[in-house]
Design a protein. Structure first.
Length: 180
């Protein structure tokens, strides 16, 4: 089941899960279900991420054309505040952000369309994520936006305790930024 978020084409998915005395089963990706909500791309890459510090921020990342990615982000352990920023030029939600709490308990995930930057903050002691991507990672195509950018003004739920050097040194956007 999917619901639209405050940004055009950004969707929140509620994955069904099945629990019994043995444990839990939850499907991360089903091509026919994803096609119904707009995923029309082949799966090019599936990534796993483990973050080991509460308050840590990873992001905000995207890729330039023609390597723009459609992403499905799922938290499979712990809890995160997942954020997407609309970088699409001429979009009615240009440079606006949307955040959702994703966790192993709530089984929610975000579908992040091409033209959005993505990042998250760890809300639990640690968190593990699975990302499904429509494109391969192309380093020379990467876009980084500083998670503390005042033009975007993301309201992170916790103080930012840690970021990579690349993320913390990413430039702030300027008023003349035209987008993706």
């Amino acid at each position: 089941m999917s619901t639209n978020c405050s940004l055009d084409q950004l969707k929140l998915i509620q994955r069904p899960s099945f629990r019994d005395e043995r444990g839990i089963f939850s499907r991360i990706f089903c091509q026919s279900e994803m096609k119904e909500i707009g995923w029309v791309y082949p799966v090019a890459q599936v990534n796993y991420s483990a973050s080991l510090q509460k308050g840590l921020v990873r992001g905000m990342h995207s890729q330039k054309r023609p390597y723009g990615e459609f992403k499905l982000v799922s938290c499979i352990q712990g809890e995160i505040f997942d954020v997407a920023i609309d970088l699409r030029e001429n979009s009615k939600t240009f440079l606006q952000w949307h955040g959702e709490v994703l966790s192993a308990e709530n089984n929610k995930c975000l579908i992040i369309p091409v033209g959005f930057a993505h990042g998250f903050q760890v809300l639990s002691e640690s968190a593990e994520l699975i990302y499904v991507h429509s494109e391969m990672y192309v380093p020379e195509s990467e876009i980084r936006i500083n998670p503390k950018d005042p033009l975007i003004d993301i309201s992170w739920p916790l103080p930012i305790l840690s970021m990579s050097t690349l993320d913390s040194s990413a430039p702030f956007l300027t008023a003349d930024y035209v987008g993706y």
